[in-house]
Design a protein around this ligand. Structure first.
Ligand code: NOJ
Length: 740
């Protein structure tokens, strides 16, 4: 039980055991309590954050009634709190200091969905490392990140916080983020504990409604929503957070099957589970607990080791144990898990780790972090469409009209969950472009409209500017308040005022590149969709303007790929590429009568998962398999040749998809299994190699068992989830004597 031996020395185990033997029930409940940090200046990201004022909170810490503080930053305040815990509480147990560092502390990196477009685990690991360096320099030990929820409905606002719609990609990038946050040694002062969240299936809320209900099969839970958690735990994560939502009629916070049987029994998780913000108290509103006391009982029995912000554990656990409603052993187990994690990061030996004022001065918003934010931002941009408009040729384009509410805007550069960042320090598009253009006077900026409404004469001014320009750059999209927690939308389109602006500007006929700002996939309509070029620029963070300028001017070749499908219409949501065939699929060039489709919309995506263009042109050929027969315990090698057939150096992400033709549980029409990022000079070719084995073909079948079934598989190697080179292979069954 508790953290694995390899991360905890024997003397630490003994130390924790000794402490537990000496703790009162009140102190145990205190260790199981996480409260908003009122000591350090912070911008409250959550309701009721300041519920405990500084004086009351100090008294609680001195009594040993708090184990963790969250969402405050700054070394001085943290030291004061830690001094109280270590020096003035009876047992001197250090506080764990947590915060939501989701895509940066002061240096803001692209929002996670944007960075996922890099399809590059190494980049995600590097940015997570930089975030950890800043967060630990500011006095944090734990971040509530990465969000590893697979998000298949773009109406859900939290799409922005994850890695998109695909299971494989989310697992790959989430594990990289965990490795990056935690670094190689948890005891180092710049190691930041990760907390993959929200356990589980939070992204599957019905209708994309935040905090809503999830109703899914056991198989889908295990096949789609749990694997990214598994990958994150395998990468070393020791904390996870229970989801706000209910799964199949039981709120996750009270779901013993989910938090204990599945999380620990099936998945082997060894760390501690934290509730989400007041989620235990919310069991009453769910209609699952009688009252607050019952809610605390249900949560602790389910396996919630730490209660966030409600204070229910300190209020009720001692009495619940004394009355026999909760076994004392349950509390001991939870406390042990929490203390093991504190021990694993060296907090007992050095409660002052990550609380150094010199480090705080020198490791935050550094030039190297900003350079990395710049690189990450360029790598997150996806060129969705380009009819020869980009890159900007300064020889031909003399006058550029930058139009739209985001042209000079600094309030929407970072995206949600960047509340520690200073908005004044972000580089907006106009600033980035002026710095990069041969002559800043080439650029004329017109707002045109506000994010959500028209401005007097705005469209007329924009049209006039467009008419006299050689090129329009239209900076439109969502504000950062339109995505993130509690920002579900029913329609994932541009606000009407911006669509009207786009239509009017497009009608001038001046060549136009649209710079989309967004935290989710959008349904685009004419005016925007027909533009000569479209770039997905998400919320790119501190260096947004520089990165956008680099890509527009061709200093950097765009190489991002969509981690979420862009539908034609909002009503297609939930929409993802790995859907099922159905009994009445629409086949290419076939009739659509009485087929599984909406009467008004094609089943395809406007821009599919995995799509992303470059300024050069890549081709694939020579798809070969080492063997068309995959033996049960062997592997096959898949090879394809990638050629840069264009005029300039560039990067492509080669993607391998499979389809299991016939199985005992219907399988998706395609599933991503491998990616490879390759950079080639103009004219250069490279053979890309992938290895596939039986485990890559597994799915969750009857009895919730992972299994692969012999038979024929389609295989594609391509540049997106649509098209590509196709072949097939056969998986042969286990030889006699070997179990299937
Ligand atoms: C609520 C969010 O759901 C969760 O992701 C976050 O970590 C907590 N609030 C703490 O701020």
């Amino acid at each position: 039980m508790g953290v694995p031996r390899r991360v905890l020395a024997q003397d630490q185990v003994a130390r924790v055991d000794d402490l537990i033997a000496r703790m009162t029930l009140e102190e145990k409940a205190g260790q199981m309590t996480c409260l908003a940090d009122s000591f350090r200046p912070f911008n409250p990201p959550n309701p009721q954050a300041g519920i405990q004022d500084e004086r009351r909170l100090a008294a609680e810490i001195r009594k040993g009634r708090v184990g963790c503080l969250f969402n405050g930053i700054g070394v001085a305040g943290a030291r004061r709190a830690q001094e109280m815990a270590v020096g003035e509480s009876r047992l001197g147990i250090p506080l764990l200091l947590a915060g939501d560092v989701i895509h940066g502390l002061k240096t803001i990196f692209p929002v996670p969905i944007a960075e996922a477009a890099s399809f590059d685990p190494h980049l995600c690991e590097r940015t997570a490392r930089a975030m950890a360096v800043e967060a630990t320099a500011a006095g944090l030990h734990l971040t509530f990140a990465p969000m590893v929820d697979v998000a298949r409905d773009q109406r859900w606002g939290r799409v922005v916080e994850g890695a998109g719609e695909d299971v494989y990609l989310t697992g790959l990038l989430s594990a990289a983020r965990v490795r990056g946050f935690q670094g190689r040694d948890l005891r180092r002062s710049d190691s930041l504990l990760a907390c993959p969240k929200h356990f589980a299936a939070y992204g599957a809320v019905a209708g994309g409604l935040e905090y809503g209900s999830v109703d899914i099969s056991d198989e889908t839970l295990r096949e789609t929503h749990l694997p990214p958690f598994g990958a994150s735990f395998a990468a070393g994560a020791l904390v996870t957070m229970a989801a706000f939502s209910e799964v199949n009629g039981v709120p996750a916070t009270a779901d013993r099957e989910l938090l204990t049987d599945i999380l620990r029994g099936e998945m082997g998780f060894r760390g501690f589970v934290c509730s989400d913000y007041t989620a235990d108290e919310e069991l009453v509103a769910h209609g699952y607990a009688q009252d607050a006391r019952d809610a605390a009982r249900l949560a602790v029995l389910a396996g919630v080791d730490m209660s966030m912000q409600s204070g229910l554990y300190t209020r009720y656990l001692p009495e619940l144990v004394n009355s026999g409603a909760v076994p004392a052993a349950t509390v001991d187990i939870a406390v042990r898990r929490i203390l093991y994690v504190k021990a694993a990061i060296g907090l007992f030996d050095n409660p002052w780790r990550s609380l150094d004022e010199e480090t705080e001065k020198s490791r935050i918003f550094t030039p190297s972090h900003r350079a990395l934010a710049h690189e990450a931002a360029t790598r997150s941009i996806v060129l969705l469409r380009n009819e020869g408009v980009l890159p900007i040729d300064p020889g031909k384009v003399r006058k550029i009209a930058l139009i739209g509410p985001f042209a000079e805007d600094r309030d929407n550069l970072y995206g949600p969950w960047a509340f520690y960042g200073d908005p004044g320090k972000g580089v907006d598009i106009a600033t980035g472009l002026r710095a990069a253009l041969p002559d800043p006077a080439m650029l004329a900026v017109t707002r045109g409209c506000d994010v959500g409404g028209a401005i007097d004469g705005g469209i007329a001014q924009a049209v006039a500017a467009a008419k006299t320009a050689d090129l329009v750059l239209l900076a439109i999209g969502e504000s950062q308040a339109m995505s993130g927690e509690a920002q579900s939308r029913t329609v994932i389109e541009l606000p009407a005022a911006q669509q009207a602006l786009a239509d009017a500007v497009a009608a001038t006929g001046t060549p136009m590149a649209v710079l989309l700002r967004h935290g989710r996939a959008l349904a685009l309509h004419e005016g925007v969709a027909g533009a000569g070029a479209i770039l997905a620029t998400w919320f790119l963070g501190s260096e947004a303007g520089h990165a956008i300028a680099d890509v527009l001017l061709g200093k950097v070749d765009p190489s991002g790929k969509l981690p979420v499908s862009f539908p034609w219409e909002s009503g297609q949501e939930p929409f993802f590429y790995d859907r099922k065939s159905t009994g009445r699929p629409v086949v290419d060039n076939g009739s659509t009568e009485y087929k599984a489709r909406y009467a008004t919309t094609d089943n395809s995506a406007r821009f599919p998962f995995g799509h992303g263009l470059s300024y050069t042109r890549f081709t694939l050929d020579r798809l070969t398999l080492s063997d068309e027969a995959l033996r049960w315990d062997a592997a096959i090698e898949v090879r394809a040749r990638l050629t840069n057939a264009g005029q300039r150096r560039g990067s492509e992400v080669v993607q391998l998809y499979i389809r299991d033709r016939v199985a005992s549980r219907t399988r998706p029409i395609r599933e991503l299994k491998r990616i490879a990022r390759v950079t080639l000079d103009a004219g250069e070719s490279q053979t890309v190699r992938f290895s596939l084995s039986r485990t890559d073909l597994e799915f969750v079948g009857a009895g919730n068992r992972r299994m692969a079934e012999p038979g024929v598989f389609d295989l594609w190697v391509g540049q997106s989830s649509v098209g590509g080179l196709h072949t097939q292979f056969t998986l042969y069954g286990a030889p006699p004597g070997m179990t299937a």
